[in-house]
Design a protein around this ligand. Structure first.
Ligand code: PSU
Ligand code: MN
Length: 303
């Protein structure tokens, strides 16, 4: 495999110690500079504090990396030419010697190929509002129907059509567990208002579902662990709804489409909530990273 797995990650996998994959698009395109670099380092430290090994995934000068060294992390956070790579972009990026941050879809693919089982992110991509007109559905969903990785997230980004996204996850056979909640989380908000079918309350329970899944065999698909941001850290729902409506109108007016839509809306919310959405986003991501490390640890092995 042409992917470069860092020595630390390789050793941990070999010895059956817990490893957590982290995506890099949130660093390069989802958070403002220079805060993004501090966050990238903080997320890795959170994984270590829980006794697991972080594996941030990205493509640097045409090589896919699972586990970045400090220079690689700096590059992803600081280089303005870092591209956004979904899984379909990986082959051309490698062939062209490009540098790019990996979305959930590309990260899940590379991490799964390297033998990792647990992955943490902020919010998954999904079905965009106005989907019937734009056909904009994140490649995250389809890819998650094809790899058996466990993804800890705060639901899907609330800029999306959440009921439609949940429907697609059902159609695609992706299992969704609410973590400590019967409601699907709303990314910046603790609840999206939509119910989930299954609720778990401990990392051990998640590990139990992973074991049951492995024992079943059959078609592979991801396990989504939907972990809500703490109520105290969520964005004020009224502010969220108001600013999001403005952001969606602004994206429409400016003709923003394709890969640019998600970063545009995330930034719009950050600016127009006076940074409050950013704090809620970060609180959600931190909680997800911590939980992912606990799940990886509860599994007791990384194989
Ligand atoms: N979660 C965040 N911030 C982000 C993303 C997720 O808190 O920036 C990124 C993820 O990498 C996800 C991507 O895969 O947004 C989805 O982009 P799109 O809608 O273009 O597929
Ligand atoms: Mn899209």
């Amino acid at each position: 495999m042409s992917t470069h797995v860092s020595e630390e990650v390789r050793d941990a996998l070999h010895e059956g110690r817990p490893v957590v994959a982290l995506e890099s698009t949130i660093i390069a395109h989802g958070l403002p500079r220079p805060r993004n670099l501090a966050v990238a380092r903080e997320l890795e430290a959170l994984v270590r504090d829980e006794g697991a090994v972080p594996a941030t995934v990205a493509v640097i000068d045409g090589t896919a990396h699972v586990g970045l060294d400090p220079a690689g992390l700096d590059r992803i956070a600081e280089d303005p030419d870092v591209r956004k790579l979904g899984h379909r972009d990986l082959a051309p990026a490698l062939a062209a010697g490009a540098t790019g941050a990996t979305t959930v879809s590309a990260t899940a693919w590379l991490a799964d190929s390297a033998g990792l089982r647990v992955f943490a992110t902020g919010g998954l991509g999904g079905v965009h509002r106005e989907w019937t007109r734009t056909q904009d559905e994140s490649a995250d969903l389809r890819l998650l129907s094809r790899v058996g990785i466990t993804v800890v997230c705060a639901g899907v980004k609330s800029i999306l059509d959440v009921p439609a996204t949940l429907q697609r996850l059902e159609t695609l056979g992706v299992t969704v567990l609410g973590y400590g909640t019967a409601m699907f989380p709303g990314f910046y908000l603790a609840s999206s208002g939509e119910p989930v079918d299954w609720t778990v309350r401990t990392p051990e329970e998640v590990a139990g579902v992973m074991r049951a899944r492995d024992a079943l065999g059959g078609p592979t698909a991801a396990l989504v662990v939907a972990n809500p941001v703490a109520a105290a850290d969520q964005l004020d729902p009224a502010l969220h709804d108001r600013v999001l409506a403005q952001g969606l109108a602004a994206a429409e007016e400016k003709g923003i489409t394709g890969q640019a839509v998600t970063p545009f809306l995330l930034e719009y919310l950050t600016v127009h909530t006076g940074g409050a959405s950013l704090e809620a986003n970060l609180a959600a991501v931190r909680g997800n990273v911590r939980l992912a490390a606990r799940i990886a640890t509860a599994r007791g092995d990384a194989g």
